[in-house]
Design a protein around this ligand. Structure first.
Ligand code: PAF
Length: 253
């Protein structure tokens, strides 16, 4: 696997792939890779000639400083997972590479990004859309892969690409779950043993044909603190806290 740290080097390599008429698939991540990420690389590896994965813990999308400070990082293990999966290129930039403008230029969406997670996570989607636009411009892939667990993020990115006429297919991949139903997430590593035992009830309760009120009551009984439970686009979306850890999930209605 080739590891690249600068935008210029990656653009040069990308030019070579274009000249060789190779389709590039791209999976942007913030590292702490798990089976949910693996399913994205695997899909990209099947559908493209070359797969590029980025690892960049994007500080601008963390509205909560301590969430950023505690975000799990394990680059050595991640590199091992990527190599074993057969990923071709790892893009590993730092803040200066991604934000030479020091985040003075930003991408904003003024409607959907202010709902669901955007209601309480001030600036979160601004950070996500800005970094994804930058990464897509550097990598210039034919296809880019995003998980359904972050469904609002997926929709915002897809619509951003349409709105700015980017030539990239945004591909949605199903949520990968632990055997007990908990959606895989890098933040699951931060749950205490007891919280980890309670966490699967989030998905179990969200999947029941309950009213929103009954869903909220059941979750509170298990000790979850509710950020929101909402039905939208034929899906039930939820965000809850277990101790300090924020969990999100969504199910088809
Ligand atoms: O879903 C994520 O891990 C991040 O939001 C993304 C898309 C890599 C942007 O930093």
């Amino acid at each position: 696997m080739i590891i690249i740290k600068t935008a210029d080097e990656l653009k040069l390599l990308r030019k070579k792939f274009i000249e060789a008429k190779k389709d590039v698939g791209f999976v942007p991540t913030m590292g702490a890779l798990h089976s949910g990420h693996k399913s994205l690389f695997q899909k990209s590896l099947v559908e493209n000639d070359v797969t590029i994965v980025s690892i960049f813990v994007n500080s601008t999308q963390f509205n909560d400083r301590s969430d950023y400070a505690n975000y799990p990082i394990n680059i050595e293990k991640d590199v091992e997972i990527l190599e074993q999966s057969g990923v071709d290129v790892l893009f590993l930039p730092n803040y200066e590479v991604i934000y030479p403008d020091n985040y003075n230029y930003r991408i904003n969406e003024y409607l959907f990004s202010k709902t669901l997670c955007g209601r309480t996570r001030e600036g979160h989607f601004e950070g996500v859309l800005t970094v994804v636009m930058k990464l897509l411009n550097i990598v210039n892939p034919k296809r880019a892969y995003f998980g359904e667990k972050d469904y609002q993020q997926y929709l915002l990115i897809k619509n951003m690409c349409q709105s700015f006429f980017l030539d990239v297919d945004i591909i949605k991949c199903p949520t990968v779950r632990e055997v007990d139903g908990l959606a895989m997430s890098s933040r699951n590593l931060l749950l205490t043993k007891q919280e980890r035992e309670t966490a699967p009830h989030f998905y179990k309760i969200l999947s029941q044909p309950y009213t929103i009120k009954k869903t909220e009551e059941e979750l509170v009984n298990f000790g979850f603190i509710i950020d929101y439970i909402e039905d939208l686009h034929n899906r039930r979306f939820g965000a809850v806290y277990l101790g300090k850890v924020r969990l999100i999930d969504n199910v088809k209605l």
